[in-house]
Write a protein that binds this ligand. Structure first.
Ligand SMILES: [Zn+2]
Length: 462
């Protein structure tokens, strides 16, 4: 009896075992089947099953990210949930491979996937690629604001460590990224750059981009009473009068550097003379400290058409063309024709002129109105002593079109080189007639800021 009972129990157990096994086998088959339906191969389905994640994968449904990561062998039992993402929650514009390689990078740098994905959606591949090559910045928000402003990732990370003051300026509404980077390229430090941007009004910012590196600019601009248009004179006061930036501003503002025409030491301004390296430059600076080589003759001298010049002296082509236009437009404006009475003069001619003048007026007298050989702008082929109608050069200021010429010459690239009241800067007496071609851009800058060429070259390369 007992034996029979035991047999029944054994049979029952066997039946239970068989049906359990059948159920398990059956459900395994079902999972396999579902995975295969989701486009996994049988072998892949088996791997997923072996990882023990089949149910999660099946219940999540299609995930391109998971599928790609799985095939790249990125998926483990611990990390598989990172990749189970709905296709529409992935950053757009990236391939699955790119998403995965960014996921590796962002995790390594300390970003969560959500942060990383949101950055990837907001910025392109270039920016995120760079961003994820650095550890997640402490001030990520600031870094992103700087990136939005146009700074590179590298700059933004570096700048984010600056004080709130500086950051506010950099991301402010008026912040000029281009100016900031241009000034830094010239050699200003970041804090100098920021101070310059803060203290110099934005109307001058375009000009700042074109100017050369000026070591005293930041200190000068910080001074109370600083006037941008007096900048060249402040710098000259520091260079030649041993003023500190602070002294320079108040001294020049009070016209301390001004010397009246009669008190200028016209001969004394010849000192520390240097030979000019590039005499062909359109903005070449010839004065009592900078002379032309004695054998310099411009290569592109051309004659002016008859009526446009007085004594047959040529000019450099570009300057001649500009003078012809100016002259024609003076006529169109209702004045008599303006003409170049004395233009290019050779070293030899200047030598004989200066000798004659100094024999007549003495050295001091001649140095007031005539340049020594090599020191004359006329040797550049870019200068013209103008007459108009019946008015010869020495009467040019009485020519009815004189004012028109003064107010419009810059539009043709000319400046009045030896102005009244600027003798202490130019080193020559006022010459209403002497105009110098420097090109439209430079001439316009000088005209608008009331700078002589002497002042211009303090600020700009020539
Ligand atoms: Zn002249």
């Amino acid at each position: 009896m007992l034996k029979k009972k035991l047999t029944w129990v054994l049979i029952l157990l066997l039946l239970i075992g068989i049906s359990a096994g059948y159920l398990i086998l059956n459900s395994n088959d079902k999972a396999m089947e579902q995975l295969v339906n989701m486009n996994y191969t049988e072998e892949e389905a088996k791997q997923i099953k072996d990882l023990g994640i089949a149910n999660d994968v099946i219940s999540f449904g299609d995930s391109d990210l998971f599928e790609t990561a799985f095939r790249q062998n990125k998926v483990t039992k611990d990390n598989y949930k990172r990749y189970l993402k709905a296709n529409d929650s992935l950053p757009s514009g990236y391939s699955m491979e790119e998403v995965i390689s960014n996921m590796d990078a962002m995790a390594a740098q300390g970003y969560t996937d959500e942060e990383g994905f949101s950055l990837m959606s907001r910025y392109g591949k270039d920016v995120t690629g760079q961003l994820f090559s650095y550890p997640k910045p402490e001030k990520l928000d600031t870094v992103l604001k700087l990136i939005d402003k146009g700074y590179s990732v590298e700059q933004s990370i570096k700048l984010s460590g600056e004080s709130t003051d500086i950051i506010d300026l950099l991301i402010g509404e008026d912040a000029d990224y281009e100016l900031l980077s241009t000034l830094q390229e010239k050699g200003y430090t970041l804090s100098e750059t920021v101070n310059i941007m803060k203290s110099i009004p934005s109307e001058y910012h375009e000009l700042l981009k074109k100017m050369k590196y000026l070591p005293s600019l930041e200190k000068l601009a910080f001074e109370e009473g600083f006037k941008f248009d007096l900048l060249p004179r402040y710098i000259l006061a520091i260079q030649y009068n041993s003023k500190t930036p602070c002294e320079a501003v108040s001294w020049v503002n009070a016209n301390g550097d001004y010397v009246s025409a009669n008190s200028v030491n016209y001969s004394g301004l010849y000192h520390d003379e240097k030979e000019i390296k590039d005499p062909t430059s359109i903005t070449v600076y010839v004065n009592k400290q900078n002379y032309l080589p004695s054998d310099y003759v411009p290569a592109d001298l051309v004659d002016l058409p008859s009526g446009y010049y007085g004594n047959g002296q040529p000019m450099r082509k570009e300057a001649a063309d500009a003078l012809i236009k100016l002259s024609d437009d003076a006529v169109a404006a209702g004045y008599s024709r303006v003409y170049g009475q004395s233009n290019y003069r050779s070293y030899a001619l200047q030598n004989s002129l200066y000798k004659r003048y100094s024999a007549n007026s003495g050295t001091a007298g001649a140095d007031r109105y005539s340049a020594r050989p090599g020191f004359s702008e006329h040797q550049t082929g870019l200068a013209a002593d103008l007459g108009g109608g019946v008015y010869s050069m020495t009467d040019f200021q009485y020519f009815p079109g004189y004012k028109w010429v003064c107010q419009n010459a810059h539009k043709y690239g000319f400046i009045q080189r030896y102005q009244s009241g600027k003798e202490f800067l130019t080193g020559f007496q006022y010459e209403s007639w002497h105009f110098r071609y420097v090109g439209v851009e430079a001439a316009t800058i000088m005209y608008e800021h009331d700078w002589t060429l002497d002042e211009y070259v303090v600020l700009f390369d020539n």
